[in-house]
Design a protein around this ligand. Sequence first.
Ligand code: HPA
Length: 245
Amino acid sequence: MTQMAIIGGTGLTRLPDFTVVRRALVSTPYGNPSAELLIGRLHEQELIFLARHGDPHVLPPHRINYRANISALKQMGVASILAVAAVGGIRADMVPGKIAIPDQLIDYTYGRAHTFFEDHLDHVTHIDFTRPYSPWLRDKLLNAARVAGIDVIDGGVYGCTQGPRLETAAEIRRLERDGCDLVGMTGMPEAALAREAGMDYACCAVVANWAAGKAAGEITMAEIEANLAKGMADLTVLLRHWVQA
Ligand code: HPA
């Protein structure tokens, strides 16, 4: 099997059941990644884990050095990345606590260093991004979920906002009109950089809350944490089946 990595987001700073064998502080031409890369085993499968927001969890989404993270994983020989991300649910079935495997995305971020292809180029490069998530890796995740008996949502459009604030209700209505089913803050430029680096990339989106205006009242951190705890319990089982497939 190819070298795999998991990038853990909010609610997954540490990976349950993961045995760390070695830690690597990798420097890249783009600076330092969010944290040391943890090299180890998850149920006998060799894997690299990276905490996207740092460990402890201190980097907000717009301050993450996405280029350094992807570049460091590439240097370590990683061929496929499973990105775990907390999201808000927009579509009616994106219920808090559920896991979705999105198949499309829309990028609303700004001012983030978002490409490897800008300086010292021999020629201008435009990657194909028609299908932003690796179909092969998505299928593997969906199969693992089936075997594990976890009811994940197959597909959905991930809208990536700038953060760190949550959205207004009107912004969520706009995202919904655009066709977004989920909203998060870290899916881009991570997915595009992985494609530029020639790596397979898929996302496990754990629904932490109803997006702004989709439920009565305000969104609280307590609500987010409780739903993430449920989602992450399912995710732990899903990952066991994923690495063993
Ligand atoms: N919006 C954006 N990002 C998020 C949300 C949200 O409602 N919940 C978790 N990450």
